[in-house]
Design a protein around this ligand. Structure first.
Ligand code: COA
Length: 237
């Protein structure tokens, strides 16, 4: 691994000096991501070059339901059909969501290809290092970033009506389509089928950044200290 480049998981209470072109994302990565970590809603990673944060992203567990895919039904049916002796009524598929992703202000779209390298790295990480099943990578894309994710191989999740699923801006959960509530934001739910990324494709297409990141043993990221475990939860016992 290049010594100048490192990727690490944010530790509880750790603040990172990071700014991107989006004020909400900057605030999330400076402050809110710590609450997401302590509440076990998302884990945030920071990519550093010579000790300076150049990109940050957060990941959460997710799932895609077969009913999310009226337009893409064939794809999901094929996915379910490819599994011999699948449990009857296989209706949902494990996924990991990119909750947030941002590149340092001044480095975005500058030919460095940091964002796309991070996305490829996440795919490779989920395929090669993941300890649980994960079929899809998902994202609630800002409308202005849809083209970026499309170029990275993501497709929009659309219902048969053609209506895109609305997501709550706070919890990022998909809102039911028949919800009477007005749309709260216009993020676009997108997905990428990890099975489409074969090992050889990973090796062929890795940029130098991803290549060096993959040599890291991500499994050796420091674990949260004991103090991160709590005795109480808001949920009833
Ligand atoms: C979106 C973001 C993460 C992309 O990272 P990046 O390092 O700028 O992207 P890359 O340089 O790897 O771009 C890869 C390709 O996507 C294109 N692209 C990047 N951002 C784009 C955008 N917002 N709209 C359209 N195309 C975009 C690039 O032009 C490039 O195209 P090419 O392959 O034809 O040359 C970064 O621009 C960013 O931090 N934006 C602000 C925060 C944000 O919108 N985050 C997404 C939240 S869901």
């Amino acid at each position: 691994m290049s010594s100048a480049l490192s990727l690490r998981r944010l530790l509880p209470g750790e603040k990172v000096d990071f700014e991107c072109i989006d004020a909400d994302l900057t605030e999330f990565f400076r402050e809110d991501c710590l609450n997401y970590l302590s509440e076990r809603l998302a884990v945030t990673y920071v990519l550093e070059f010579q000790g300076e944060a150049i990109a940050m992203f957060s990941l959460s567990n997710d799932r895609l339901d077969i009913h999310d895919f009226e337009d893409n039904h064939k794809l999901l049916k094929k996915a379910a059909g490819a599994i011999p002796h699948a449990k009857r009524g296989l209706r949902s598929f494990p996924a990991v969501k990119i909750g947030r992703l941002a590149v340092k202000k001044g480095l975005e779209r500058g030919g460095h290809r940091i964002g796309s390298s991070v996305v490829v790295f996440i795919q490779a990480f989920l395929m090669l290092k993941n300890k649980t099943g994960c079929r899809f990578l998902t994202v609630d894309s800002y409308p202005g970033a849809v083209e970026f994710y499309r170029k990275a191989g993501f497709k929009k999740v659309e219902k048969a009506t053609g209506q895109e699923i609305q997501t709550c801006p706070h919890c990022k959960e998909a809102l039911p389509l028949d919800s009477k509530a007005p749309p709260l934001d216009d993020n676009v739910l997108m997905f990428l089928d990890l099975v489409l990324m074969t090992d050889s494709k990973i090796i062929d297409e890795f940029s130098p950044i991803v290549d060096s990141l993959l040599q890291m043993n991500v499994a050796e990221f420091p674990e949260p200290p004991e103090s991160a475990f709590r005795e109480k939860s808001a949920f009833p016992a």
